[in-house]
Design a protein around this ligand. Structure first.
Ligand code: TYD
Length: 344
């Protein structure tokens, strides 16, 4: 199969590219990535000499570029997105462009040229889930952040194109994903790298919000099954069943690093913060035979160990004058340039 992976230089996208090239010796992959702040060529560095992989620098909202690329591929798997809720609260417009307009451009090209589109979405489209309930694919969408609204909008375009034009689309909705190469703005990589630098860990509100945590390679395997065996027009939840309050994750992370809980700093809550996400992923388990290969301890442990053994990867991002430092100061009011514990 010839697969176009959009957003393939990002966190989950690059794990998916590696998985395909390792598992399927007859497949070829083209990565299209705009290399905005979270897209990173270093995430694909070991594939530079691989004759079955090629890289194109560009934007999914670029109509002629996307049209030409999709014409030569059997399927497109779309990871390209703005993904961070806190950034969507600071600047929603970029989310509308990537997560809605970009998806529309991909769909329109698939309509002209054929092939399958897998749209990688998120459990956040369901909104806040009360205790005891688990979201099913048939549940209503109730997004509450600009990020979640944009992802839901992209999904609704997928649904409308499959109904109106009969194009072949499959949607996946994954839970919180961790593992190697995640940009250190999200809870787990931010807290690992802050802890390693002796900086405070900013826990929003009471820290009792619940998320379900999945290893990136398990997530990529679920998306791969949806690509090859998923039924057209269907949606598949991909949840690990590892529900944990944030503060428990933070404590476990500090224990693994042998760092003091004194680093925990409670800060004002995220506006509109969803209290709980929880997926029922019976469908992908029963119909496609998917199951995560790691439990929560192995998922978190592997993530921490990767950051411990790859300081050059995250230190290049967390330099005091780069994009990350600017975001960090805007979001938390703390300066990366300040030495260690001066913050907070
Ligand atoms: P995040 O990694 O941003 O993922 P999402 O918002 O998509 O679930 O956040 C995971 C949880 O951690 C969420 O409840 C928000 C919380 N959080 C903090 O408490 N402090 C932080 O600095 C960040 C980034 C997140």
């Amino acid at each position: 199969m010839k697969i176009l992976v959009t957003g393939g230089a990002g966190f989950i996208g690059s794990a998916f590219v590696r998985l395909v090239l390792e598992r399927y010796p007859d497949d070829t992959v083209t990565t299209l990535d705009a290399l905005t702040y979270a897209g990173n060529r270093a995430n694909l560095s070991e594939l530079e000499q691989n004759p079955r992989h090629s890289f194109v620098h560009g934007d999914i909202a670029d109509v002629p570029l996307v049209d030409g690329l999709i014409a030569g591929h059997d399927a497109v798997v779309n990871f390209a997105a703005e993904t961070h809720v806190d950034r969507s609260l600071l600047d929603p417009s970029a989310f509308l462009r990537s997560n809605v307009e970009g998806v529309y451009v991909l769909l329109d090209a698939v309509r002209r040229h054929g092939g399958r589109l897998v749209q990688v979405s998120t459990d956040e489209v369901y909104g806040d889930i009360p205790e005891g309930k688990f979201s099913l694919e048939s549940d209503p969408l109730a997004p509450r952040s600009p990020y979640a609204a944009a992802k839901a909008g992209g999904e609704l375009f997928c649904r409308s194109f499959s109904i109106s034009y009969g194009i072949d689309v499959v949607v996946t909705r994954g839970c919180n994903t961790i593992g190697p190469r995640q940009y250190p703005e999200k809870l787990v990589p931010l807290f690992i790298t802050n802890a390693l630098e002796g900086r405070p860990l900013p826990v929003y509100g009471d820290g009792l919000q619940v998320r379900d945590w999945l290893h990136v390679e398990d997530h990529a395997a679920g998306i791969d099954l949806a690509l090859r065996q998923g039924r057209s027009c269907e949606i598949y939840n991909i949840g690990a069943g590892n529900e944990r309050p944030n503060i428990d994750v933070v404590r476990q992370l500090l224990a693994h690093l042998d760092k003091s809980e004194c680093l925990i700093a409670y800060v004002p809550d995220r506006p509109g913060h969803d209290r709980r996400y929880a997926l029922d992923s019976t469908k992908i388990r029963a119909h496609l035979g998917w199951a995560p290969q790691r439990d929560f301890e192995a998922t978190l442990g592997d993530t921490i160990d990767w950051y411990l053994s790859h300081p050059e990867w995250w230190q290049a991002i967390r330099n005091a004058s780069g994009e990350f430092a600017e975001y960090y100061e805007r979001q938390y009011g703390w300066r990366l340039a300040a030495a260690g514990r001066d913050e907070g």
